[in-house]
Design a protein around this ligand. Sequence first.
Ligand code: PHE
Length: 504
Amino acid sequence: MAELTRERWGGRSFFLFAAMGSAIGLGNVWRFPALTYEYGGGAFLIAWIIGLIILGIPWMMMEFGMGRLFQKGAPGVFESIGKKWEWLGWWPVFVAFLIVSYYAVVISWSLNYAVDSATLAWGTGEAGATGAAGYFFGDVLNLSEGPSVLGGLQWPVVGALAGVWVVLFFIMFKGARVIGKVAAWTVIIPWALLIVLLIRGLTLPGAVDGLNYYLAPDWGALTNPDLWFGAFSQIAFTLSLGMAGMFAYGSFVAKKADINNNAFITSFTNCATSFFAGFAVFSIVGFIMQSLSVPVGDVSASGLGLAFITYPTAISMMPALAAVTGVIFFICFFFLGIDSAFFLTYGGVIAPLRDKFNWGRAKVTAVICAIGLVVGLLYTTQAGLYWLDIVDRATAFYGLLITGALACIVVGWFYGAGKLREHINSTSDFKVGAWFDWMIKIVVPAGLLFVVIYGGFKEDVTSAGYGGYYAWSWPIWAILVGTLLFSFWLQAAKTRAPQEVKLK
Ligand code: PHE
């Protein structure tokens, strides 16, 4: 029955594009290159590839496979395993919603910046370079002193946010078939734009030094647990797992389609994109180092700072094609982000709700988009950046890692990893052996729990989040809100003035 009525992708390649588009997101450009630089270049790449193979790929096969097997999104899958597990499917739905609520705001900033780049609104030359941070915090965000001082809405951001949700509605309200077709574009366009940005970067003075910093291997770093923490947390993040959505995306796959191959292709393509994006980013970092004569450590290469401060800094210093490069970069950002946003909203929230309540697609899509917009207004206030960070940290860190580990444990031990393996092998060209069962039962949960526990005790868990701000400086009540979201906040807050918040 489900086979007849379940919505489907328009074909295998559209499923692949949709899955790749969800994985390839802002994190590939602003998070991966910076981690690689921070944790020893080539050495980090090795840990990251090991993470991809032992954690990422088996975990993705599990999510795709369970979704296809039960023809449902995450809550339906866990309910089918046993009524008592249904909650484990709803938890990531909630996480996905909270994430997209601020992810859409970051996309809105990039739309604002695409327009601002055309006129180089933060200034040109040295003045622009030194003014880029002030422009972001002052003109765009109008940042208040702390999360409790909401201040007014920032109207240009609100306008862009409304636009983003309208676009998302039109992409989603007809379901998987249209989503897959749109995803083909939202994957190919940023690739093309990244190539343009790379060429621009490489033709700037200093680019080669930047690339050296990016990849120079420090093999000793392999014994540093921080490196493994960074590598594993990045793998968890970059593949968009633990967010409910991949179960639903897998459930729209026809019964006969290959699972193993698709999981390999999706995760390898995603990681190749990250690696490639690193060249585009670090060629620019090298250029800034040379133009401003600052050491690389002073050039913020990750977090929101990369996109909204460092890149604008470079743009203002560019000898030629400055405005064009800026517009291309921020349009690229928009396309990178939008398919992750509709993945979170449709696969993460709308499909599970429809499975459960059988609501009409257009109606539930409209309602969720409207709620997403209203909740998103919080991040368009003057305290928006603080809230973005609080929610980001609570959701991304305690959401996807813990739900991912629990999901693998429940599937591995209670449903049966062997049964899942039989199912995915039945239609896949290359078959996985019994080792797969142990990956799902032990290795993936252990790897993710290592990240949770190690990160929980390491004071600076910045590398887990999108915002890249330190949350430990927020007032206790703000932390409590984060805690209530998941009742899982491990660290006590330290008092630090918000101005000291460091951009990562
Ligand atoms: N994988 C995306 C990135 O690297 C982030 C993301 C996570 C998107 C979870 C959707 C869901 O940016």
